[in-house]
Design a protein. Structure first.
Length: 354
């Protein structure tokens, strides 16, 4: 085989690996040396052109000379050196940072975009656009700036280019609050929930989405969203929560759901999370009976229901059963919740009445 006049002999060896090595060891060693040398040369070249070399190996004077000659990397690192320490000089820092950005150094343009973000949104947008054109990953910042300007379609374009977890809630809110498009907003809220691995944050996001469904249900019946299905979606999300929350928190959520079934009204948790479901006393009782084995408060509520036929002064149209009331009061007492109701019924005796 020939490559530009160079004859390369093929390795031919039918013996063992050791026999082949003994026969061709000179070629093998030569090949390793050549490849090692090439690898070393590439490594040296990359290091001599790396930021680490510019920062640690070049003196300030050498760096300055390279920057003056138009080296964008040297200009960027020089700007950083003017940003702190004994050489701090804001004017020179910005001068060399802009020089590096204008010479195509994407990180410099990105830094300028961030520098102006809170001071001058127009300048920030200009530099972020330059950084994006130079290959920097700044689509999320561009989306935010276009959203601030009210150019929502441009913002949406850049949000979708990021495909970042952090872009999902912002894109959802843009659809939700600015464009009043609940259908698209829901898509991005759910995407954020699906891609959240941490159970605590996932449950928090589900709670927030539940609140948004409820807001639509009560306040915005004409907006572009599938409002009529919001109650069903709320129930589905609460079931999804069951597998995420720790045991105590899960019991609390189930109890709030049970109480809501009993009244058909909103019930507020200690975190001001509320649910909306249609009244269904049988479902509410069933959930409380399951919880009573673990949660004293749920057992106590059942005791009150079976004793009075009411829940929070609202008639549930169900049969009073003092034996069951006494039983659940005792369960509540055994779970260190409250013993006064059990002691009262136990001392008075119990009779089932209608």
């Amino acid at each position: 085989m020939k490559i530009k006049g160079l004859r390369i002999k093929r390795f031919k060896c039918s013996g063992s690996a050791w026999q082949c090595f003994k026969k061709y060891w000179k070629r093998i060693i030569l090949g390793l040396v050549i490849f090692s040398g090439i690898g070393t040369a590439i490594g040296v070249y990359l290091y001599l052109n790396s930021e680490s070399y510019y920062r640690s190996e070049l003196s300030f004077t050498e760096l300055y000379e390279k920057a003056k000659s138009g080296n964008a990397k040297a200009q960027y690192i020089l700007s950083r050196k003017y940003g702190y320490g004994d050489n701090k000089d804001e004017y020179k820092e910005m001068y060399w940072l802009e020089s590096a950005a204008n010479n195509g150094y994407a990180e410099a343009a990105e830094n300028l975009g961030y520098h102006y973000y809170r001071k001058d949104k127009e300048k920030s947008l200009l530099w972020y656009e330059k950084a994006y054109a130079q290959g920097a990953d700044v689509a999320l910042w561009l989306a935010r700036l276009y959203a601030d300007k009210g150019e929502y379609q441009q913002a949406i374009k850049f949000y979708k280019k990021t495909d970042s977890y952090y872009s999902y809630p912002e894109l959802a809110e843009l659809y939700d609050e600015k464009l009043q498009d609940g259908v698209e907003a829901e898509k991005w809220y759910l995407k954020q929930i699906d891609e959240t691995d941490d159970s605590f944050n996932k449950s928090r996001l589900i709670f927030e989405l539940i609140e948004r469904y409820q807001y639509d249900y009560y306040n915005m019946p004409d907006r572009k969203s599938n409002v009529k299905n919001n109650l069903q979606k709320i129930r589905q999300l609460y079931h999804q929560l069951g597998g995420l929350l720790d045991q105590d928190m899960n019991f609390n959520v189930e109890q709030y759901l049970a109480e809501t079934y009993l009244t058909g009204k909103e019930q507020y948790s200690k975190d001001y999370i509320h649910v909306v479901v249609e009244k269904n006393v049988a479902k509410g009782i069933k959930i409380l009976e399951r919880l009573a084995a673990y949660k004293g408060e749920s057992a106590y509520i059942l005791g009150e229901i079976y004793e009075t036929g009411e829940f929070r002064y609202e008639n549930l149209d169900m049969k009073i059963d003092l034996e069951k009331a006494k039983y659940y009061y005792k369960v509540a007492c055994d779970r260190y919740y409250d013993c006064t109701a059990y002691q009262r019924l136990n001392s008075n005796g119990t009779n089932t009445t209608n």
